[in-house]
Ligand binder design. Structure first.
Ligand SMILES: [Zn+2]
Length: 166
């Protein structure tokens, strides 16, 4: 990203974007709009995240969404755009940084089986806790399919927007 691209990305996010901590604690940066080319451009400039087509609503234009949620990538990206942002989004970005400092990302140690999370189930454990984690995930997945956000591992866009800090 050169400085012109960063400034362009910042401007787009200022107008059409969302930067927030999701209800699940994950970080989120995204843009959703009906101009597919613009959504693809921010994806290509940012070099992170994915582009998805939202489920089309009747009598509405097709909406496209670019979103990124991998913590290290989101942090690096919003650091770059921060100097270009207005007061409201600068403060939203600072809240994301604060959240990142206060809640360091917890990872399952390699090769270890931790019960009560989905990776426990995926590693073959069928204890009560792991089964529960898997069923909660599947229920969430069904809801996300209904809202057309199959690729988003966090909340549906609707939920995310309701929880937006920006
Ligand atoms: Zn288990």
């Amino acid at each position: 990203m050169d400085s012109i691209e960063i400034a362009w990305a910042a401007g787009l996010i200022e107008g059409e974007g969302t930067v927030c901590v999701k209800g699940s604690g994950g970080l989120y940066v995204g843009v959703s709009m009906t101009d597919e080319d613009v959504v693809r451009k921010i994806h290509s400039i940012a070099g992170i995240g994915t582009v998805n087509m939202c489920k089309k609503k009747e009598n509405r234009k097709q909406v496209w969404v670019w979103r990124a949620g991998k913590r290290s990538e989101v942090i690096a990206f919003i650091k770059k755009i921060r100097p270009y942002m207005g007061a409201r989004r600068t403060s939203a970005i600072d809240k994301v940084f604060a959240h990142d400092m206060e809640h360091p990302q917890w990872r399952v140690p390699k090769g270890e089986l931790v019960h009560g999370i989905r990776s426990g189930y995926k590693k073959g454990c069928r204890c009560k806790l792991c089964k529960k984690a898997e069923s909660v995930y599947n229920k969430d997945l069904r809801e996300r399919r209904e809202t057309g956000n199959v690729r988003n591992k966090g909340n549906s866009i609707k939920t995310v927007v309701q929880r937006v800090i920006v």
